[in-house]
Design a protein around this ligand. Structure first.
Ligand SMILES: Cc1ncc(COP(=O)(O)O)c(C=O)c1O
Length: 383
């Protein structure tokens, strides 16, 4: 294990390396085995069967645990949604869940499914409105306190920023667990356990793996009993990660600090220029001084991320025309890859109805910022 005192940008390089013995490989071995030699009663850390546990996961799990400053290693799962399902399994049948109204749309869909299947009562909130969130967490009348508060900050796709320490303190006062989807920020920019969160999930598919070639998720819990519940969920539900995906994700993680630094700088520069463009109605990016999330993000985050919310003049048709017109930006869903992508979120019927029809979500990659700007500006000028 790497020394815990080094900075996150060192940890991404140094964590999860094999022991330094003479002749040892620098990188972890790709373990392709579904089963392991085993007889009698296996010890708790003994590899036995690769759905329960495999050394193929350990280096990445150790590295992500260290990056999130979590006392437990991460648990890799087959996708971000598998990690979210694992975390949401902490809400009992008939329990209460408080969820940001603008969080990732499939998380909203999963919560609706939980309501249908097991009577989970869901309250949707504006996660930036701390008083309203905590009122929903405490509940009223026959509604007891919520079992779980789900936080996304910044939210996908609206980029609202939550007051995470205030939410955690208020939720814990009410006896409510707090889970944070830290996909947008990455542990380089925001570490929810430092604010007292109980569970953190990631779509590793995005920034952590970073090359749009892997679908993978991870869940972390600071408390060993919660960690054990998530681990048991993974084993029972079988939503496990393939060894090669995890190996690729660790390889991607090694450059996370450089990618995030570059993409964040470009995103802020592009957001500033977009704000001044005559064909733009509004821009959301927490790095812009007049953004509603700016003060909070400056206090709580080590950066502002590299997602931009853009509403071009001319409504949804103009937004679609812009997506059509760009040549370098890739029209695609997902985010957090080395390449810049954009999409109009309401093209999905399942996206929250309070997300504006004309909102484009831009994920800024690591290309030259002037090339990115020229492509966008040309497309805007042509509207
Ligand atoms: C914030 C956020 N969380 C979770 C997910 C789900 O991750 P995956 O696609 O890896 O299942 C996504 C996917 O877009 C996301 O944007």
């Amino acid at each position: 294990m790497s020394p815990p005192t080094v900075s996150p940008s060192t940890l991404v390089v140094s964590a999860g390396r094999p022991d330094r013995t003479q002749g040892a490989a620098l990188n972890p071995t790709l373990v392709l085995s579904s089963t392991f030699v085993s007889q009698g009663v296996p010890g708790p850390d003994e590899p036995m069967y690769a759905r329960n546990d495999t050394p193929a996961w350990h280096a990445f799990e150790e590295a992500l645990g260290a990056l999130e400053r979590c006392p437990q290693p991460a648990l890799v799962l087959g996708s971000g949604m598998a990690a979210i399902a694992a975390a949401l399994s902490l809400v009992p049948p008939g329990g209460r869940l408080v969820l940001p109204r603008h969080c990732y749309q499939v998380t909203l869909g999963y919560a609706a499914d939980l309501t249908q299947r097991s009577g989970v009562r869901v309250t949707l909130v504006d996660i930036a409105d701390t008083d309203a969130v905590l009122a929903a967490v405490r509940g009223s009348g026959d509604d007891g306190p919520a079992d779980l508060l789900w936080v996304e900050t910044p939210t996908n796709p609206m980029l609202e920023v939550a007051d995470l320490p205030a939410l955690v303190a208020g939720a814990h006062d009410a006896g409510t667990l707090v889970a944070v989807d830290n996909t947008f920020a990455t542990p380089l920019v925001q570490r929810p356990f430092e604010h007292g969160a109980d569970v953190v999930v990631h779509s590793v598919t995005k920034y952590l793996a970073g090359h749009s070639d892997v679908v993978l998720g991870a869940a972390l819990a600071a408390d060993s009993a919660l960690h054990a519940r998530l681990h048991a969920y993974r084993t029972l539900h079988g939503a496990i990660a393939g060894p090669f995906e995890v190996w690729l994700a660790l390889r991607g993680l090694r450059t996370l600090a450089l990618r995030v630094e570059r993409a964040q700088a470009s995103a802020l520069e592009l957001a500033r220029r977009l704000e001044a463009h005559p064909r733009v109605v509004s821009v959301r990016h927490p790095g812009l001084p007049d953004d509603p999330g700016h003060t909070r993000a400056s206090r709580l985050m080590d950066g502002y991320g590299s997602i931009i919310g853009l509403r071009p003049a001319g409504g949804a048709a103009a937004a679609d025309a812009l997506v059509e017109a760009v040549r370098l930006w890739v029209p695609a869903t997902s985010l957090g890859g080395v390449e810049s992508t954009l999409e109009r979120r309401r093209r999905f019927a399942t996206e929250s109805p309070t997300v504006p029809e004309d909102l484009l979500r831009l994920s800024v990659g690591i290309e030259d910022v002037e090339d990115l700007w020229r492509d966008l500006a040309d497309a805007l000028d042509a509207l």
